[in-house]
Design a protein around this ligand. Sequence first.
Ligand code: NAD
Ligand code: MG
Length: 396
Amino acid sequence: MVTGALGQSEAKRVTILGSTGSIGDSTIDLIERDPEAYKIVALTAQSNWSKLADQAKRLRPEMVALGDRAGFASLKSALAGTSVRVVAGPEGICEAAALPSDWVMAAIAGAAGLKPTLAAVERGAVVGLANKECLVCAGTLFMAAVQTHKATLLPVDSEHNAIFQVFDFEQKDKIRKIILTASGGPFRTRSLKEMANVTPEQAVAHPNWSMGAKISVDSASMMNKGLEVIEAYHLFGLNNDRIDILVHPQSVVHSMVEYEDGSTLAQLGSPDMRTPIAYALGWPKRVAAPVSRLDLAKLGSLTFEAPDLVRFPALRLARAALQTGGAAPTILNAANEIAVARFLAGEIGFLDIAAIVEHTLTRVPLQSVATLDDIVAVDGEARRVAATTNLSAAAE
Ligand code: NAD
Ligand code: MG
């Protein structure tokens, strides 16, 4: 609920970018448990028109947008007789993002989320940000747009949401570092030799979290944590050397902030994205989430260990890209997206993902990324290199 001009409660008008994905599902689950509190303005998806049509029939948005034009006719006929406006193509998704609403969930996977999320930022929206890739590929430009248009960013990624909850923005100078926890993924204890032969099915089977395929593979390679270091750098304005990574296989402590006086503050919870989504959805108030409650006595112990940069080279690559700055994180992200897609398609092995990212970083020139056009150009070039990299040839 939001408060109207006369102090009365009004339904919060919500846009969900990437409504058919894992974060989209969790967001809709929360909204459908309290239907009076929300009015859906727009929903968007890439290709799953039938799921988008089902969501639209239940939630009655003003507009739905489908990225892939091939499904437009089917979506339109599925919604015939309703008042829902149907648009298609990447511009259609940006049009949906630009419609006035009180709150936006940015949950498109990958750099494809950049333009739509920017369209929401440019109208000064309150944005729940799940789409970490838009900060990795265009963090400086994105954060400048947030400032210029007075948008509000609420981190949804569980680690950044945890930090946001315990980060004293008024006394930032008293913060020594932040500590991002990482589950370590399904291959935490596997040797490099074993990882060379893992299948996509094994890589997407995350031990604690249920997520989309791309982020699940990123968790397995720990590139996800590397992307999250870059995300944290932009969200909290702390340098690389003040962002630690700590492996915590139970995924209960979602991240921590260490203060000058020796206090370390953490946020804990069951590994269920509905908690950080609910935090952002209700902000600045808290709203209920139907998640299983923490039972620490039952859990008994929580364990922590240092990350292994040898078995998980993606961590090293992401930190190096952040240190290099400029176009390097854009290249890292684009190359990773392509390499993950190639791995999921059975074209390359699991360890080739980081190898392709590393190779692409050495091949694509570090040109300027001052404008959106620059970013699109660098991103495109990195995708082309990563898509055509043949590792046995690259090694010669
Ligand atoms: P997902 O693959 O389940 O869903 C992605 C959504 O984006 C779908 O609705 C899909 O239709 C849409 N989409 C995909 N490609 C698109 C394109 N080219 N143009 C427009 N729309 C497109 O992914 P997810 O797991 O829900 O993750 C979404 C984002 O949230 C990612 O950036 C991910 O890193 C981040 N995130 C997810 C989780 C999680 O638990 N799932 C946790 C933290 C952060
Ligand atoms: Mg995370």
